[in-house]
Ligand binder design. Structure first.
Ligand code: HEM
Ligand code: 2DC
Length: 469
């Protein structure tokens, strides 16, 4: 017999009291650990209300399958009010990240062809390969300058630049020049604004931004400043390409980038294009760079695995005579490593959908319209889901274990990450070049945990040592 919605365990009766307790636990930074603990307390399903944020939380892959089967034609995830409020406040259009319904679908279908279709990889890969080569050259230079045959550093700033340079080269078909010694202060400001934007978003998940705006709260003001910085830099880049396109007549000889392709295609309004390109540019920095940082950290902790990956890359290079597109088809263990990183260190702590129809999960009835969240961080560390979850084991993605609804780092279905192909290619190419050139080491006995700043980040700097192989 199916049990009613009201019987789902959890704390969902007093949102304000729960927010107070959440705040006492420093929940704004510990969301992932609190979710894990809630699953331990309540079991594989619990209902929750914190502030005005209400949801049902699940952890099993089989339940995730039920959730995504009920996502409907217009999948809708949690609406991040801070982001929509900013756009409303400044009178800017929503891009594909924030749109919903038919407006979302019609934009997404057109963007899919230019951004996430596997066919586009042949255009993206040469651009990304160039950035990868420049990154490696830059590290060699740093090592030389250190006079020590190695370079010990917190790579995060370098990785932010690598990620911004990569995503920009694909979006605009040209280089920003962030791998050079002198970097444009505007680009640095853009990077800082993204970090600030994410950081100021998390408190506003629980406290309505409209209220914070009314009382003139600092988080809201910082948030506005961050988005202003993001939009002004993106506007500059977009305007620049737009102007060039109007000057050059005829079709370009080489691939001109996502933005120019969309403008020439002429199927979306300029305002829609601008909105989504800005989101792609902002979404493409912290996500891939942090995932790469975690991957280097894991490789530093597992030297034998690192050698295995290096051997795979060397063999792939030999077999494909250096053709990068071919190489990417021959590195299953490198791809497994990236999946393994996203399992233990996901960018998104959860995936969510407002379900389009009634469903039954763990024998509880859940009505259509409910916000259901899959705890991605908790699932990745659950021993019932992954054999020895605490072990970083890329080979688990090659064989034996089932992968059914277990590899969800980029989300699922038509609403999954639009930047997925770019992110994957960019990260694979980065690892290929790094493994071919450097051995990565770390100080012994340093364990790094995650902290939640809307996305999950390392809680303290990760210091790595790079040595030429
Ligand atoms: C959405 C993860 C990199 C742009 C998402 C979602 C996740 C995610 C989990 C929500 C998917 C869902 O609800 O099913 C990641 C991870 C990345 C990454 C793990 C890298 C390791 C990127 C990059 C870009 C990007 C590089 C831009 C080039 C977007 C956009 C959306 C999105 C625009 C919203 C799509 C929509 O609503 O239709 N991402 N992402 N992401 N991501 Fe990413
Ligand atoms: C954060 O409880 C935790 O890819 C919330 O590239 C639920 C939630 C909703 C939406 C998620 C967000 C979480 C994490 C960051 C995500 C976001 C959707 C897209 C965004 C996963 C899990 C991200 C990082 C995008 C951001 C692009 C944007 C800044 C222009």
């Amino acid at each position: 017999i199916v049990r009613p919605f009201s019987e789902i365990p959890g704390l969902w009766k007093n949102g304000v009291a729960n927010l107070y307790n959440f705040w006492k636990l420093d929940g704004f930074r510990n969301l992932h650990r609190i979710m894990l603990q809630n699953f331990n307390t309540f079991g594989p399903i619990y209902r929750e209300k914190v502030g005005y944020y209400e949801s049902v939380n699940i952890i099993n892959p089989e339940d995730a399958a039920i959730l995504f089967k009920a996502e409907g034609h217009y999948p809708k995830r949690l609406r991040v009010e801070a982001w929509t409020s900013y756009r409303d406040y400044r009178n800017r259009k929503y891009g594909v990240l924030l749109k919903d319904g038919e407006d979302w679908r019609s934009n997404r279908v057109i963007l899919n062809k230019e951004v996430i279709s596997p066919k586009m990889l042949e255009n993206f890969v040469p651009l990304l390969d160039d950035v990868g080569q420049d990154f490696v050259a830059r590290v060699h230079k740093k090592i030389k300058r250190s006079g020590q045959k190695q370079w010990t550093t917190d790579l995060s700033q370098e990785l932010f630049k690598y990620a911004l340079e990569s995503v920009s080269s694909v979006l605009y078909g040209e280089r920003l020049g962030l791998m050079l010694d002198y970097i444009d202060p505007e680009a640095q400001h853009f990077i800082d604004c993204i970090t600030l934007m994410f950081k100021t978003t998390s408190p506003m998940l629980y406290i309505p931004p409209a209220l914070l705006r009314q009382i003139g709260a600092k988080v809201w003001r910082d948030h506005v400043e961050a988005w202003d910085g993001i939009f002004s830099q993106a506007d500059r880049c977009i305007h620049n390409i737009y102007r060039k396109l109007r000057q050059e007549a005829g079709t370009p000889k080489k691939y001109p980038g996502v933005l120019a392709s969309l403008l020439m295609l002429d199927k979306l309004s300029i305002e829609d294009i601008k909105a989504s390109i800005t989101e792609l540019m902002a979404g493409g920095v912290d996500t891939t760079s942090i995932t790469l940082l975690w991957t280097l950290y894991e490789l530093a902790r597992h030297p034998n695995l690192q050698e295995e990956l290096r051997a795979e890359v060397a063999a792939a290079r030999a077999e494909s005579q250096g053709d990068m597109l071919e190489m990417l088809k021959r590195i299953p263990l490198v791809k497994g490593a990236l999946k393994e990183t996203l399992r233990l260190h996901p960018v998104a702590v959860s995936l969510q959908r407002y379900i389009a129809e009634d469903i039954i999960i763990q024998n509880y009835h859940i009505p259509a319209g409910t916000l259901v969240q899959l705890g991605l961080y908790a699932m990745g560390r659950d021993p019932k889901v992954f054999f020895r979850p605490e072990q970083y084991q890329p080979s688990r993605w090659l064989r034996t274990e089932t992968h059914y609804f277990r590899s969800l780092g980029f989300g699922f279905g038509p609403r999954q990450c639009l930047g997925r192909r770019i992110a994957e290619a960019e990260m694979q190419i980065f690892l290929i070049h790094m493994l071919e050139n450097f051995r990565v080491e770390k100080q012994r006995h340093v364990e790094v945990q995650s902290t939640f700043e809307l996305i999950l980040l390392p809680e303290k700097p990760i210091i790595l040592t790079l040595k030429p192989v």
